[in-house]
Design a protein around this ligand. Structure first.
Ligand SMILES: NC(=O)c1ccc[n+]([C@@H]2O[C@H](COP(=O)([O-])OP(=O)(O)OC[C@H]3O[C@@H](n4cnc5c(N)ncnc54)[C@H](OP(=O)(O)O)[C@@H]3O)[C@@H](O)[C@H]2O)c1
Length: 318
């Protein structure tokens, strides 16, 4: 075994054995590639980094900075422990203010930011990471992703190098990518293998829901224990009138949004619903008192569907 691989395994073991070294303690450890049979609001997955990630996230894209602290605090009160932000959302600071104001222990909260598309390349990504720290004043960030694969191979690899270095320095605990297609993922895997810069792909974030299942990407990620985060998990409300959702909604006495979020959980994904509406924040977390059976899951299985509701950089070839 190569020494870098050995030391990574030892680190992983150490984090799994030491209760204080992980972001969520005292819970059953589930690797991302194993889908649990039971879920609750504290369900989490162990990433390749050895740290854990809560299986339900709270997205803050388009959440105005002025109201962000308040809605994130409401999410914490509701039971969410995972906030998905980004440099591009311009609300990292109020998210961090909410973390401080919550009264919760820092290690019980999971916070994500992302390198913006205009900051690809080593130098610019380093600056992006520094800006996140100066704005949030956090001691560490749980997860930092490359927001999109735009920027060419040099830009992508340079940004990865910056993330891997920040991870080694202990500033960022886990790293990953967003909106990468299989060809971008293969390129990154090759770069990690050959460059010596290090880092494991801990998380990938994509638009994923029944109308955009992305089975090729999911298969790639599963084989490597990469945690799959699902953005736009409720498709921004655009599918609320679909017959299949009406049927399942009636059968289970849950809303169409809850059906979609439960589907995402049962697929083993980490859904990141966004809402600035307190009642919806609560509704979207109230998904642990029912279960979709095999037939229900099958009725939402649309393997050939390709209908993004957001951008789709996975197809870019630059
Ligand atoms: N990496 C990327 O490129 C990328 C791209 C897009 C999103 N994301 C992440 O994923 C998160 C979620 O994606 P998204 O915000 O685009 O889409 P989404 O979560 O699928 O939908 C959010 C929209 O649905 C509404 N909504 C929320 N809960 C509802 C409910 N229970 N019933 C009816 N309507 C409801 C929200 O309205 P109100 O807020 O007014 O309640 C909002 O307009 C983002 O916040 C961000 O963190 C990442």
């Amino acid at each position: 075994m190569r020494s870098s691989s050995l030391s990574r395994r030892l680190l992983l073991l150490q984090r799994q054995l030491s209760p204080n070294s992980s972001s969520i303690v005292n819970q059953k450890r589930t690797m991302a590639s194993q889908i649990p049979t039971k879920f609750d609001i504290n369900t989490s997955y162990t990433m390749n980094s050895g740290y854990r990630i809560p299986a339900l996230g709270y997205g803050v894209y388009q959440t105005p900075a002025a109201s962000c602290e308040e809605v994130v605090l409401h999410a914490f009160k509701t039971g969410y422990r995972h906030v998905d932000s980004a440099r591009a959302y311009r609300n990292e600071q109020p998210c961090a203010d909410a973390i401080r104001a919550s009264g919760l222990k820092r290690e019980d909260i999971f916070f994500t930011s992302k390198v913006p598309p205009r900051a690809m390349g080593y130098e610019a990504a380093m600056k992006s990471i520094e800006s996140s720290f100066s704005q949030t004043r956090l001691d560490y960030i749980d997860l930092y992703l490359i927001h999109s694969p735009y920027g060419g191979k040099e830009g992508r690899c340079g940004a990865w190098k910056a993330l891997a270095e920040a991870q080694k320095a202990g500033k960022i605990r886990s790293i990953g990518v967003s909106n990468y297609g299989v060809h971008h993922l293969d390129e990154l895997e090759e770069y990690i293998k050959t460059s010596g810069v290090g880092g494991t792909i801990d998380v990938g974030q994509w638009e994923i829901h029944p109308w955009l299942p992305r089975n090729d990407i999911v298969e790639w990620a599963r084989k490597r224990n990469v945690v799959i985060e699902a953005y736009c998990p409720i498709i921004r409300g655009q599918r609320s009138n679909e017959e299949v959702l009406k049927t399942l909604s009636q059968k289970h006495g849950k809303t169409w949004a809850q059906i979609l979020l439960r589907w995402s959980l049962q697929k083993g994904y980490v859904p990141l619903p966004k809402s600035v509406t307190p009642s919806r924040i609560e509704e979207n977390a109230n998904i642990y008192d029912f279960e979709l059976d095999e037939g229900d899951m099958k009725s939402l299985d649309l393997p050939n569907s390709y209908a993004p509701c957001s951008w789709d950089p996975t197809t870019s070839n630059d």
